[in-house]
Design a binder for this molecule. Structure first.
Ligand code: NAP
Length: 509
């Protein structure tokens, strides 16, 4: 069935569809409007904009990138209350930007995309939505982010558990933890933020740690009224402050390539743990054995002191089994539990990375199959065989040292340039050449070999089971900006007109 034949009253046709209303989707929408393209629709699965910052509302949720960096370069906010902002403040910033740029009128909420299919005869994409409607578009931008499908480990017996189960990304604020025995599994970026808060509520909290994270002190400060006034009155000062933060973050790219440099900081951090945690045995268990930076470096001032509380204990045994009202650990000990909190992160299986729905491109291309072994794109943005499909925060664009919003803005500029060039040429679609994509990824993997992520002696969500890192960008962010500044015409096949699939041979496939 062609796209045309499928059109019904529930079908909307636009030039560009954006999937996901977080920082990426919002930036895309704003820049499309600036480029004079108003014929677009933003599809958001949730009931509000914000993406991560809408869904992840667990107690203590905050960003570990400084607020003046973790915001759009073109929408500076002089009023950030603290150096690092909490979820609610970031969410209200996103809402403010959405209103200011009039993006809500282009947004359909509660619109979950369940499939995306390219019709090469019509040169159009069809996006299927959960409510049965469809959106037909020339281009679409996947901006749902790599970390949005919560991971629920399949612990033996978990289906028998009679208590409450809460995942960090689906917090139930109506559940009262007072007087409850809580077991929390995982010690990643999310867990170390909610653990100190849960500890204050619960009768007892057991923290189950598989691998300890490296945690550095959080340089937390409130901006004074005078600072905010200065930032408002003299925007150049705010921009200078942002530049200083950018450069200091950017300097952290150096130890990524020089793991020996990263190791130099470890003795001080070990001393910090021993200083903060009174019980020597607990402190010992909290000290990582892999190189600093191999997993994401976390920041916190209140995580370690939580283990000095009488109602908190640390378990480093694996989970053997979950029973009706308890958790059994690999050493045979059993812990009673009313509530199980899962800080176990997100599914990063390449088959569902960036999407948990089917995407089919040119004949023979199904993304779940093409990404069976590894998620690969060109500049993290385009994938060969999927014309006019763009991704934001796609493979190897994540960062361990600076703000992802910098990367998003670079990608959005690139997408706008691609659409503009296509329009100027009057072509139907552009599709990155397979050999260009292959060469790019081979080189990237080669460059990643020398990094702390590959040589630091750990496993993390950055890596696939075979150790291949398809999550992170292994260079300075300005190098990514330079690479994505303009679309290099030679990197792409440009389809001049809609032709039958059989004529694709002329494109050299
Ligand atoms: P995560 O970093 O993937 O951490 C998951 C934790 O769960 C790890 O400690 C992991 O242990 C543990 N775990 C997973 N499966 C387990 C199992 N079967 N048994 C025992 N332990 C298990 O997930 P996250 O904390 O949600 O963070 C994900 C990413 O989101 C971060 O890296 C960051 O990019 C982002 N984030 C950022 C912030 C911030 O800006 N402050 C806050 C939250 C999240 P192992 O380490 O042994 O695998």
């Amino acid at each position: 069935m062609t796209s045309q034949a499928r059109i019904n009253v529930q079908t909307r046709r636009v030039k560009v569809a954006i999937v996901g209303g977080g920082f990426g989707g919002l930036c895309m929408a704003i820049k499309l409007r600036e480029a004079g393209i108003d014929d677009f629709l933003l599809l958001e699965k949730g009931d509000d904009v914000g993406g991560t910052w809408n869904h992840n509302s667990y107690p203590g949720a905050a960003c570990d990138v400084q607020s003046h960096m973790y915001s759009f370069s073109f929408e500076g906010n002089p009023d950030w209350s603290h150096r690092y902002s909490g979820q609610q403040e970031i969410h209200s910033y996103i809402n403010g930007v959405t209103e200011k740029h009039g993006i809500r009128q282009f947004t359909r909420f509660n619109a979950e995309v369940t499939g995306a299919h390219f019709d090469d005869k019509a040169a159009l994409w069809t996006l299927d939505l959960a409510d049965g409607s469809q959106v037909i578009c020339q281009h679409w931008v996947l901006a749902s982010g790599p970390l949005h499908v919560p991971s629920f480990p399949n612990f033996k017996g978990i289906d028998k558990f009679q208590g409450k189960i809460i995942h960090s990304a689906q917090w139930d604020h109506g559940y009262d933890m007072a007087g409850k025995k809580v077991v929390s599994i995982g010690t990643g970026a999310s867990a170390i933020q909610y653990v100190p808060h849960v500890a204050k509520e619960a009768e007892h909290l057991t923290v189950v740690q598989r691998t300890p994270p490296w945690i550095i002190p959080r340089d937390e400060r409130a901006y004074s009224g005078l600072s905010k006034w200065m930032f408002r009155r003299f925007p150049a000062l705010r921009k200078l402050h942002r530049l200083r933060l950018y450069l200091s973050n950017e300097a952290r790219v150096v130890p990524i390539f020089k793991p020996r440099l990263a190791k130099l900081a470890e003795p001080a951090l070990k001393a910090f743990i021993r200083y903060q945690v009174k019980d020597k045995e607990t402190a010992r268990k909290l000290i990582p054995s892999y190189t600093l930076g191999c997993k994401r470096i976390l920041i916190s001032n209140n995580y370690y002191p939580t283990f000095n509380r009488d109602n908190v204990s640390l378990v480093t045994e694996g989970v053997k089994e979950i029973r009706e009202n308890s958790i059994v650990f690999s050493d045979g000990t059993e812990q009673q539990a009313d509530c199980l909190v899962l800080g176990t992160g997100f599914i990063v299986d390449p088959r569902i990375y960036m999407k948990d729905f089917e995407i089919t491109g040119l004949p023979g291309h199904r993304l779940q199959d093409d990404w069976k072994d590894a998620a690969e794109a060109y500049l993290g943005t385009t994938v060969s065989g999927y014309p006019n499909m763009f991704q934001l925060v796609g493979p190897n664009t994540g960062l361990g040292h600076n703000s992802i919003i910098f990367m998003i803005e670079s990608q959005v500029r690139y997408v706008i340039d691609a659409i503009s060039k296509l329009d100027q040429r009057g072509d139907a679609w552009l599709d990155v050449k397979q050999d260009v994509q292959n060469r790019y990824n081979d080189k990237l993997q080669e460059e990643l070999k020398g990094t702390v992520w590959q040589n630091g002696g750990c496993m993390s969500w950055y890596q696939q089971a075979d150790g291949r890192n398809t999550a992170l960008w292994p260079h300075a962010t300005f190098q990514f900006m330079a690479r994505t500044w303009r679309v290099n015409m030679k990197d792409y096949d440009w389809q001049p007109a809609v032709v039958p699939a059989t004529a694709k041979a002329s494109l050299g496939r």
